[in-house]
Write a protein that binds this ligand. Structure first.
Ligand code: SAM
Length: 312
């Protein structure tokens, strides 16, 4: 009987059906290799157990054991999980993420809604990104970049972030998703740039430690020569980082050919107005672009999004 058929008798399940249910869900090889959040698995099993109990069904030991195992997980295991995201151009992406929006002093250990919005926009505007050298600011864990890399075939894609733990997890997510294609390939430091690595056999991907607040003008100038398009998602959320973000954008947009696409969730219109005001002061022209029309990813759409195109 398949896991789906098991549910036709629900909530009356024989012992063998209960075993099958476990094998097809929390003990499935995919779930064991890339476990979803412990909270999700706990809620799922708690619901199953309570429905079976309500129905007076005798519950197998393995079901209780699996549930108590989840209750006893270490904080580290309970605080990270794997998420699987569809990739319309190939194999789904698997990302290790934090279960908390803010953890270890950063917002970068989870994929934020504007990353999905940017990815959906990129799918509908791939011509603007194809064969370009793209740099992403505040990449976080890399979902938008991987999607753009897979769907828009840029000449080069540089992920950047400032937080050490974010860069570490970003790198391991890239390795996880590109391991098949890269096989024995190694990450090499890029000459002249601190903290920048590129993959030997796929030099189209790169990660770089870039802090808007501390990056010096000469590194910015060197980097800006290597990028035609700047992208970012959910980086306009804190007034205090707007001046340094705009300084970095100005440097990248110094060349008239350069262009930036910034996707933001509008949680606080004052912060967004502050950002657009700072862009104006820096003589950066901002145009609001149409939002993507196709819903490809499942994410919280309750707060409005804005995609800005920037040019100097
Ligand atoms: C809200 S998260 C968005 C992450 C990712 N773009 C997404 O949408 O899922 C903001 C990101 O900006 C990065 N960030 C914040 N301040 C930064 C700075 N001064 N320099 C570089 N990156 C920064 C954070 O580390 C974090 O990854």
């Amino acid at each position: 009987m398949s896991t789906r058929e098991v549910f036709t008798n629900w909530p009356s399940l024989e012992a063998s059906d209960q075993e099958q249910l476990l094998c097809g869900t929390t003990q499935h090889s995919l779930s064991v290799e890339f476990p979803p959040s412990a909270m999700y698995r706990k809620r799922f099993l708690k619901h199953i157990i309570s429905e079976l109990e309500k129905n007076g069904t005798e519950i197998i030991e393995a079901l209780y054991e699996e549930y108590t195992h989840l209750l006893s997980l270490s904080t580290e295991d309970a605080n990270t999980c794997f998420k699987i995201y569809p990739n319309p151009s190939g194999k789904d992406f698997v990302l290790r993420e934090s279960t908390n929006m803010i953890s270890q002093g950063t917002t970068g250990l989870q994929t934020w809604p504007a990353a999905f919005c940017l990815a959906e926009w990129a799918l509908e505007n791939s011509d603007l990104l194809r064969k370009k050298r793209i740099i992403e600011l505040g990449s976080g864990l890399g979902f938008a970049g991987m999607l753009i890399h897979a769907s828009c075939q840029p000449e080069k894609y540089i992920f950047t972030d400032c937080h050490e733990n974010v860069l570490h997890l970003l790198q391991s997510n890239i390795n996880l998703n590109y391991s098949e294609k890269t096989e024995d390939a190694e990450w090499d430091p890029v000459v002249g740039l601190q903290g920048c690595y590129q993959l030997k056999s796929r030099a189209t991907l790169c990660t770089l430690a870039l802090n808007w607040e501390t990056v010096n003008e000469s590194d910015l100038s060197l980097l800006s020569q290597g990028a035609d398009v700047i992208v970012a998602a959910d980086v306009v959320y804190d007034s205090s980082i707007i001046p340094s973000l705009v300084r970095v954008l100005s440097a990248f947009l110094r060349s008239k050919e350069s262009i930036a696409f910034i996707a933001s969730t509008i949680r606080n219109i004052d912060t967004m107005n502050e950002f657009t005001g700072a862009l104006e002061e820096a003589s950066i022209e901002a145009t609001v672009l149409s939002s993507p029309t196709n819903k490809v990813f499942v994410y919280d759409r309750s707060t409005p999004f804005r995609i800005l195109q920037l040019r100097s």
